[in-house]
Ligand binder design. Structure first.
Ligand code: CP
Ligand code: NVA
Length: 312
């Protein structure tokens, strides 16, 4: 079994991790950020493959540069190159690449592809975003909160917008760690029922509080964090015009921010559709920490790679 501190085999969903494991990853990410040179040869002679079936700026760069900074070599496959499940079966791709690589980072549409990939891979599979989840994003976000001394157990964390992949991974994180997460979404754009059911079970154990509403102003009141994401995720582009109308009242703007605490953090995973889910003045304003979040994707990606690949 591989693993840095814990025996992690894959990183496909935060739901497979305990609070202790997530905290260990966060501690490692903070250490990597503070003293990157300590880790510069930890993945020498390791090979990391990146298969991206959707565009990416932050995730691709974080895992690519992160792996190089740890001494590993990287092979990148562009969206149309591998055609997982089209040119050949997912299991055949996973089994083939297991013979060459030490880890495979996959960004795709259906989450089932990630699961099937992991089931058939002898080497570590990392979810770089699926339609269902975006766990590496949320690890970076938790790192940002930790760095800014926001204890997830003590804050009112508010997510406003689409019940999408980022929202799902935030839900898992808060449910496992025992935080207070409030979600405001338009009717019909709620997080998936299965994710919510699992999170309610996790919350029973951790003491987490989960609340859902269709009223953004209610959850923004006295919030410590306002988080949002695009209204139309990758793959939903054809719904953009329709969604712009449906989500109109779910924008993070000056008015909504005024309801939150004075030192409220404004978070966004990026890319942002400025003028839709967030205004220029808020994303460029003093409460926003979006570029710190973006930078922390690198350090947290390195923590994931180290945990999966570095010898103990
Ligand atoms: N936040 C994020 O995952 O960005 P990219 O889609 O650019 O990787
Ligand atoms: N929800 C967005 C996140 C992008 C990082 C999407 O899936 O497109």
């Amino acid at each position: 079994m591989r693993g840095y501190k814990y025996n992690m085999k894959h990183f496909t969903s935060l739901k497979y991790f305990s609070g202790k494991q997530i905290k260990a990853l966060l501690e490692l990410a903070l250490k990597v950020k503070k003293r990157p040179s300590v880790y510069k040869s930890k993945l020498k002679n390791k090979y990391v493959g990146l298969i991206f079936q959707k565009p990416s700026l932050r995730t691709k760069t974080s895992f690519y540069v992160g792996a190089l900074q740890l001494g590993a070599q990287v092979v990148y496959y562009a969206p149309d190159e591998v055609k997982i499940g089209e040119r050949e079966k997912i299991s055949d791709v996973a089994r083939t690449l297991s013979g060459y690589l030490d880890s495979i980072v996959v960004r795709t549409f259906s989450h089932k592809v990630i699961e099937e990939f992991a089931q058939n891979s002898a080497v570590a599979v990392i979810n770089a975003l699926s339609n269902l989840l975006h766990p590496s994003q949320v690890l970076g976000d938790l790192m940002t909160l930790a760095e800014l001394k926001k204890d997830v157990k003590k804050i009112k964390f508010t997510y406003i917008g689409d019940g999408n992949n980022v929202c799902h991974s935030l839900l898992y994180a808060f449910s496992i760690l025992g935080g207070n997460i409030c979600i405001a979404h338009p009717c019909g754009y709620n997080p998936q029922d299965q994710v919510l059911e699992e999170c309610y079970k996790l919350a029973k154990k951790s003491g987490a509080k989960i609340s859902l509403t269709n009223e953004p102003a209610d959850v923004a009141k006295e919030a410590d964090v306002l988080y949002t994401d695009v209204w139309s995720s990758m793959g939903k582009e054809s719904e953009r015009e329709q969604r712009r109308k449906i989500f109109r009242d779910f924008q993070i703007n000056e008015e909504l921010l005024a309801l939150a605490k004075k030192d409220c953090l404004v978070m966004h995973c990026l890319p942002a559709h400025r003028g839709e889910e967030i205004t220029d003045s808020v994303i460029d304003g003093k409460n926003a920490v979006v570029f710190l979040q973006a930078e922390n994707r690198l350090h947290s990606a390195k923590a994931i790679l180290l945990s999966l690949l570095a010898p103990k």
